[in-house]
Design a protein around this ligand. Structure first.
Ligand code: GLY
Length: 311
């Protein structure tokens, strides 16, 4: 039987009321489809799942409509602090960074932590020092500070609250609907990988770290089970260790991607009434996604088929 590849990406979960506006919806879908076709090029040529998720996540970080890289939301002091992680399902190697600033592609720094350091996670000043050691040039502040993000922070401050990247609450205005990002892949050799990257939550406390860089919460990949990337209110995913919970469901209940996602979503709701969603590819290349929020921007190529994108 001919081997196939699979790829999924997401651009965040939330209310996303602005997708009712056709222009905005098309903008999101076009971005997701472009990234999927970019990933197809890598995977169909025999590139690794790890390479594909790093490259697709980097492209999403470069798109200001998503809450990662250049589109990252601002914290309580009006600064960008980003988190990211990447994991290789072949041997469970992983790399993560948290609370970094002025790094254009945090997922690439996470990959360097995995490949070039003896650690799994570096944070803040230490991560920045490591970036310098690896020769990564700092990107100036103005690259990250979009007018939308400044307005979004002002609104959150006025309302004395933090906000999910795509806020699901009734008070959430159109300007608040932006997304964190993630990618999962299975390559032609059957290897799995996952990556997640985010600016976190609007008006978050300085030093707050979410689920995205936490292995087993916001990201997980194991060739024996599946690759998972989550999005949503990070604290809910940390408390339920959700990405690993989904992988465990597959391992111990012998379900496929769809069954594991159903298990994970039910667990997230039952335990913490959690807000968010996930994308999953199992070790056979089946794709599945679900969310507890109103919508989640995501797309997929299942078993080398056509690319699909939706909310
Ligand atoms: N899920 C992204 C965050 O909470 O930071």
């Amino acid at each position: 039987m001919q081997e196939t590849f699979s790829l999924m990406v997401h651009g965040g979960a939330g209310a996303l009321d602005n997708v009712k506006d056709t222009k905005t919806a098309l903008r999101y879908l076009e971005s997701i489809r472009t990234v999927l076709e970019h990933g197809r090029e890598i995977l169909s040529m025999g590139g690794s799942a790890l390479e594909a998720v790093e490259s697709c996540a980097s492209q999403l970080e470069d798109d200001p409509v998503f809450n990662a890289g250049c589109g990252s939301v601002l914290n309580e002091s009006g600064k960008v602090e980003m988190d990211a992680a990447i994991m290789d399902g072949r041997d469970l190697s992983a790399g993560a960074i948290a609370a970094v600033s002025n790094i254009a592609n945090p997922v690439q720094l996470a990959r360097l932590v995995m490949a070039e350091s003896e650690h799994v996670m570096l944070i803040s000043e230490g991560a920045m020092k490591f970036a310098d050691h690896c020769g990564i040039k700092l990107t100036p502040d103005h690259y990250f500070f979009t007018p939308d993000r400044i307005q979004q922070l002002e609104q959150a401050r006025l309302q004395h609250r933090i906000m999910l990247d795509h806020d699901d609450s009734d008070e959430a205005s159109e300007e608040q609907k932006y997304g964190t990002i993630g990618a999962v892949a299975r390559d032609l050799e059957g290897n799995l990988a996952a990556a997640t990257s985010t600016g976190g939550i609007v008006n978050k406390r300085i030093g707050r770290v979410g689920d995205s860089p936490i292995i087993g919460a916001g990201v997980f990949a194991d060739n024996q089970t599946c690759a998972v990337s989550t999005t949503g209110f990070g604290e809910d995913f940390m408390r339920t260790v959700l990405a690993k919970t989904v992988s465990d469901a597959m391992e111990f209940l012998q379900c496929d991607a769809r069954g594991a996602v159903a298990y994970g979503i039910e667990y997230l709701k039952r335990k913490v009434n959690g807000r968010g969603g996930m994308i999953v590819i199992d070790h056979h290349g089946n794709c599945a996604a679900d969310f507890t929020t109103k919508k989640m921007i995501h797309g997929w190529i299942e078993k080398s088929g056509q690319s699909e994108a939706g909310f």
